[in-house]
Design a protein. Structure first.
Length: 108
């Protein structure tokens, strides 16, 4: 797992973003696409144009899940449940700052 994450980071696919708690309070898909676009995820026509994995520290951000659950190509996971298939499948990986600490502790 550590090698896959390192390879993705070297390829520019990984972005560390501020914790997103409260950023998706509207729970609207349109707002979710706009916010993810501002974080570097490719968007076109109100949809994501690339597969994106959002890694959070825990399951507390329910608003993020509700806003993005029906977007094709968007996956969510927590740092402690991250799996290799999700990492390899993603074109863009957004990691919350608080999740980065947990990933570094687990995978080095």
């Amino acid at each position: 797992m550590g090698t896959a994450l390192q390879s993705a980071a070297e390829g520019g696919a990984v972005s560390v973003v501020p914790d997103m708690e409260g950023a998706f309070a509207s729970r609207k898909t349109r707002d979710c696409v706009e916010k993810l676009g501002s974080m570097g995820v490719g968007t076109a026509g109100g949809k994501l144009s690339e597969k994106c994995l959002v890694v959070t520290k825990d399951d507390a951000n329910v608003d993020l899940y509700l806003a993005g659950r029906n977007l094709p190509g968007l996956e969510f996971n927590t740092a402690d449940r991250l799996n290799l298939v999700e990492v390899l499948r993603a074109d863009r990986i957004l990691v919350e700052e608080s999740a980065l600490t947990a990933i570094n502790e687990r995978y080095g």
